[in-house]
Design a protein around this ligand. Structure first.
Ligand SMILES: Nc1ncnc2c1ncn2[C@@H]1O[C@H](COP(=O)(O)OP(=O)(O)OP(=O)(O)O)[C@@H](O)[C@H]1O
Ligand SMILES: [Mg+2]
Length: 404
């Protein structure tokens, strides 16, 4: 019994049980038969001469099948006189009498048989012993199944752990790649700033000439606008990065919203003109001042107006408004006549690299840094930025900043 309780595999259990069955009953052979679907599999035997080890028989054609189907012992003192015995299979063997019991009476897993080479009376006590042994064998078999299950569970847990480790390593590698690519973009942006500034200066100098022929003026305007886009993108990227590295120094001064708007409109006028659009300044600008970093707030407005123009239909208008919000706050509005932004995506467009794809989903392809920059700047001032519906037509970006 102790050996059985420690057994961890089927083979060991069958060997222990066959040996014990022979010892307990003084039999000449013992067979451990396993149920294999509709067949009886003679899996293991311990016998003075070979019987049927390794063979399979239909349940209906052998004594072990009868035992399993009827879930009770078969006690056969003379095999020649019992119709359950397939005599042709027994004739070549030494077997003359036998006893067979089911292993696990309720839903038999198999059968345990003992065989004698002489015709003999089989005592009930021997059958009872065999049944007790078969009962222990059933428990041992269930233990093995349980143990295998546990081992599989442990192995699965180890697999999951390894997969998690692998995932963490990949995540780390990806983050490192992301860091490297951001560092590269920062270098690139840094190196693009001076050439872009040079082109802007050259284009501005050209455009100052009074007698510039119209086609040439248009070309230089296009050069100027493109160079400004390069410069703005480079600056956005550098500022977003420096803010993330914890460096973002504000130089606060008192600013007049109306003159900020005028400066922005002047810079983006060529872009608007090339698209047949207008930039309109609210005629009744309230008399209020902001306390903010001029350069950064100007670039916030440049980004918002640039977006508004690019997302408005040709010949539409982009409107700039300022409102006194009450104690301490001023709101700057950039309103367009474009398609607007679906309400559920209004927060997401401020995320780094987020852009709206056709059909309204968010993608992270392309630049998508302008609004991230805007939010960082506004929040660095203690203010807030959000976007709402522009009265059923386009979007209204609202920037709240401290009043001066
Ligand atoms: N006025 C607007 N109307 C409609 N959609 C807008 C508007 N402004 C921004 N968006 C959407 O939000 C996205 C993010 O804007 P953001 O300015 O951050 O990036 P971008 O304009 O695509 O690139 P950049 O980094 O050059 O500014 C845009 O790609 C666009 O899909
Ligand atoms: Mg933009």
């Amino acid at each position: 019994m102790q050996d059985l309780s420690l057994a961890r595999d089927l083979q060991t259990i069958m060997q222990i049980v066959d040996r014990a069955a022979r010892d307990l009953t003084g039999a000449d052979g013992a067979s451990f038969v396993l149920r294999d679907g509709d067949l009886c599999y003679y899996a293991q035997e311990d016998s003075i001469a070979p019987l049927w080890q390794g063979r399979r028989f239909p349940m209906s054609a052998c004594v072990s099948g009868w035992v399993m189907l009827n879930r009770r012992p078969a006690v056969i003192g003379d095999i020649t006189r019992d119709p359950r015995v397939p005599i042709d299979a027994y004739r070549p063997t030494y077997v003359r009498s036998m006893a067979m019991v089911p292993i696990r009476a309720r839903a038999p897993l198999g059968a345990l048989g003992v065989y004698w080479s002489s015709i003999r009376e089989i005592a009930q006590s021997e059958v009872t012993l065999l049944q007790a042994l078969a009962g222990s064998a059933a428990v041992a078999l269930e233990n093995v199944a349980l143990h295998d299950g546990l081992e599989k569970g442990k192995a699965r847990a180890r697999e999951v752990e390894a997969a998690n480790r692998d995932l963490a390593e990949r995540q780390q590698a990806l983050e490192e790649l992301q860091r490297q690519s951001e560092a590269l973009s920062e270098f690139l942006a840094h190196d693009l700033r001076s050439p872009a500034a040079g082109i802007i200066l050259a284009a501005q100098a050209r455009l100052k000439k009074q007698d510039l022929p119209e086609p040439e003026r248009r070309r230089w305007n296009a050069v100027l606008t493109s160079a400004e886009v390069i410069q703005r993108t480079a600056l956005n990227l550098l500022d977003v990065a420096s803010r993330q590295h914890g460096m973002f120094v504000l130089r606060l001064t008192e600013l007049d919203p109306a003159s900020l708007f005028e400066g922005v409109a002047e810079i983006l006028e060529p872009l608007a003109a090339s698209r047949g659009q207008r930039i309109e300044l609210c005629p009744a600008m309230p008399r209020c001042l902001l306390r903010a970093d001029e350069e950064l707030v100007r670039r916030v407005l440049l980004n918002l107006v640039d977006n508004a123009l690019r997302h408005s239909p040709p010949h539409g208008a982009v409107r700039l408004e300022a409102r006194w919000l009450g104690p301490g706050w001023v709101e700057l509005n950039v309103c367009d006549e474009g398609l607007g932004i679906p309400a559920h995506l209004r927060d997401r467009i401020f995320d780094k690299y987020a852009r709206l794809a056709d059909g309204g989903a968010i993608t992270s392809a392309g630049r998508g840094l302008g609004l991230t920059f805007c939010r960082l700047v506004v929040e660095a001032h203690g203010g807030r930025i959000d976007v709402t519906d522009n009265g059923g037509r386009g979007s209204r970006f609202c920037v709240q900043l401290p009043a001066g």
